[in-house]
Design a protein around this ligand. Sequence first.
Ligand code: CA
Length: 396
Amino acid sequence: MSWLDLPAGTGFGLDNLPYGVFSTTGTAPRTGVAVGDAVLDLAAATGDDVHATRSLNAFMARGPRAWADLRAQLTEWFTDETHRGDVEPYLVPHDTVTMHLPVEVADYVDFYSSQDHAENLGRVFRPDSAPLPPNWKHLPIGYHGRAGTVRVSGTPVVRPSGQRRAPADDAPTFGPSQRLDIEAEVGFVVGVGSDLGTPVPLAALPEHVFGVCLVNDWSARDLQSWEYVPLGPFLGKSFLTSVSPWVVPLAALEAARVAPPARDVALLPYLDDTGEPWGLDLTLEVRLNGELVSCPPFGRMYWTPAQQLAHMTVNGASLRTGDLYASGTVSGPGKDQRGSFIELSWGGREPLALADGTTRTFLEDGDDVTITATAPGAAGGRISLGEVTGRVRHAR
Ligand code: CA
C-alpha cells in the first residue's frame, strides 16, 4: 500500500520506479523518478548532488549496490506514511515537466536478434537464398552506431537525404529518402564499465546493466540498401536514433524474465545461457498517427541482452558507463507483430491499409510514430516502459 494517490492500472506503480532526467520551466535538468502521474525530484528529495548532474551517468556509475539502496529507500518513502511530509513537496506533476535524454550515451551498438525480423528481411531482400546468413545462429550480429545522434523521444525526425540506387537505375542519385522506416527495439543501458582486455561473462549482466529503455532506430532503407555492403549500416541509420525518456531498472523486470526460444544450434560456451534465462516478456506496441499497427513480442528474441553483452566484450572490448546497446528490430511471426514498415509492407509491395482509408508503405512527412511497451510487474499488473515518439519533418 502507498499513501500516493496512484491511478488505477497505472504502469508507473511502486514495482516500476523508472529513472529519467527532467526539468520544469526555468530550472536545470535533474534526475527524477516516475510514480503514478508524478515525477519525484530526486535531486531535491535526496539532497544528493549525483542527481543534479543532467544525466543518469554519475548515479549509474555507483553500481548495483547503490541502485538497490535507492530503490529500497524510494519504496519505503512511498509506502510509509511517516515520510509523506518530507517527500510529497518534491512530487511534480508529470504533465508539467520536460524530459531530456536520460543518459550521456558513450558507445552505441545495435544488434539484429529477432529471428522473425532477420528472416523477413532475408526474404524481402534475398528471395533466392537462405533467409538467415550462416553466422546468425552462432553469434548475435551487431554493428557500432553513432552515439552522438541518439536523442530523446519527441526529437523531430528530419527526413535524411543521401545516395540511393534502385535496382533498375544505372547510377545512384541524391535526394531525400523515399523509404524512411522505423525499427521498434529495446535498449539496454550500461551503468558500470569493464576493464579493457577482460571479457564480461553473461552471468555478470546485473553487475553492469542499469536498465532498459525503448529505442526507435529510424532507418532510410534506400540509403541503407545501396551503402551497406560490405561494412554494414552507416548513413541510412546515423541521422537519428530515438530513445524513451524513462529507464526502467533491471530490478523492476524480474517478473518479466522468461526462457529464450529453444536453440537448434549448439552455442559456444561463452554464449551458453543455460540457467541464465534473460529473455524478457515485453510487449511492444507501434502506433502510426495514433493507430495501432503492430504488437512485437520481445519474449521471442533469439539472443538475450546477457548474450549480447557477453559477445560484445568477448574480444576484450571494454564497457563504459552510458553505453547503450539495442536489441535489433523486434518482430514476431504474425503480420501484426512486425517491428518495421519494410516488413509490414513487405518491401513496399503490399501497402498497409490504415483505418482512415489510406495506405502506407514507408513514412510520409508529418507522420507520427509512437512505440510503447509493457511488462509483467512484481505486483501482478503490468509496468510501463513509457514511449518513444517522433514526427517526420520535410527534408532540409
Ligand atoms: Ca536496428
